[in-house]
Design a protein around this ligand. Sequence first.
Ligand code: ADP
Length: 400
Amino acid sequence: MKVLVINCGSSSLKYQLIDSESEEVLAKGLCERIGIEGSCVTHQKAGGPKKKEEADMSDHTDAVKIVIEKLTDPADGVIDSLSRIGAVGHRIVHGGERFKGSVLIDGEVLEAISQCSALAPLHNPANLIGIRSCQQVMPGVPMAAVFDTAFHQTMPAKAYLYGLPLEYYEKYKIRRYGFHGTSHDFVSRRAAQILGKKREELRIIVCHLGNGASVSAVCHGKSIDTSMGLTPLEGLIMGTRSGDMDPAIVGFLAEKEDMSASEVINVCNKRSGVLGLSGGLSSDFRDLAQAAADGNKTAETALEAYAYRVGKYIGAYAAAMNGVDVIAFTAGVGENNAEVRQLIAQYIGFLGTSIDPGKNRIRGEEVILSAEGDRVVTMVVPTDEELAIARETVALVEKR
Ligand code: ADP
C-alpha cells in the first residue's frame, strides 16, 4: 500500500509518500508559507534532485492539491493517479489523556483532537486543518492520527503529576504528557531488534537530540518517564528552548523586563537554549561545534551545559528504572554530532558504559558506540518518524 504521511504546521505541510511493502520513501517534500505571500513547494522524487518552486497556496487545501499534483506529475511524480494512495497518516502533536495509541480518524476523533487543542494551541489546530484539507481533496481515503504524546501515556501518576495542588490536574489536566513519542517508540524497538533481544526484557534510555530534544525511560517496553512536560519546553536545554529552570524566573523576568508571562515564555521557547547560551550565535550544533573548535568560549560552555543536562537525565532515568541496559542516541544531533556525544560520554562511565572515539566518528548510521563487554550498550539508532507513522497507519487500515 502507498501511504501519504502528513505533518501539518500552521503555515507549512511536510509530506512523504511511503511504499509500505518495501518501506521505501517514493517522494517527499515541503509546502511553506501557506497563506502568506511567497508560498513555495519543495518536492523530491526518490533518487532525484530537490526541486523548489513558487506555488499559490492560499490555504492548506491548496497545499494538499499541490502535493497531489506533484505526486502525480508525469516527470517528477511517482504515481499515476490519486487513487493509488491507500491511506493517509497524520502526525498529531497532542492527544491528551484520551489517546493512548494511534486511531483511524472519524468525526468523534476529530472532535477529541479539537478538545486537546487547549493543551497545544499552536499545533493541534494546524494538525486538524491538515486532516480536513486531506479529507476534502481525498474523500473516502482512510486516514489515521498518530500522536506525539501517545507512547508516554503509560507513565505512572508519580511520574506525570507535578507537585502542584491536585485541583489543577483535575480542572485543567495539567500534567506531564511528553512528546516525540513516535520516535522514542521506534528507536527503543529498533535498539532491541539490533541487539537481538525483546524490548520487554530491556531498560532503555532514548536520547532524542534534535532541535527539540527529549529523553525517555523505556522500561520493559513502556515509557515510564520522559523529560518534556505539559509542553515541549521542559527538560533538556534545546536549540532555542531553555528546558528545566526555576519557575520563579518567569515572574522575576516579567517584572524586571516589563514583559507579560507569555512574553517571557516566548523568550524561553525561542531565544534560549544553546542559541541563548551562546549569546545568540546559533541554535545549530554544527555552528557551535565549529565556533568552539575555533576557540569561542561561550559556544564551548553552551555545548558543555547541553551535554551536562543530557548526562543528568541519563543518571536520573537509570535510577527511575533501577538500572539501564541500553542508551540510544537519535535525531539530528544524537545521530550526527560526535562532539556532543563525546561530551556526554564523561557522565555515563559510572553506569558501566563508554563511547569509543573511533566508532563515534560514524555519522547517521546504526552503530554500537560502547565496547564489547560493557555492562550497558550505548548506541546510535537513527529515527524515522514518518516510517513509524506509515506503519501505524497500515496496521490500523488492515485491521478495519
Ligand atoms: P528537528 O527535527 O527537531 O528540527 P533535527 O532532528 O533535524 O531537528 O536536528 C537538527 C540539529 O541536528 C541541528 O542543530 C543540526 O546542527 C544537527 N545536525 C544535523 N546534521 C548534522 C551533522 N551532519 N553534523 C552535526 N550536527 C548535525
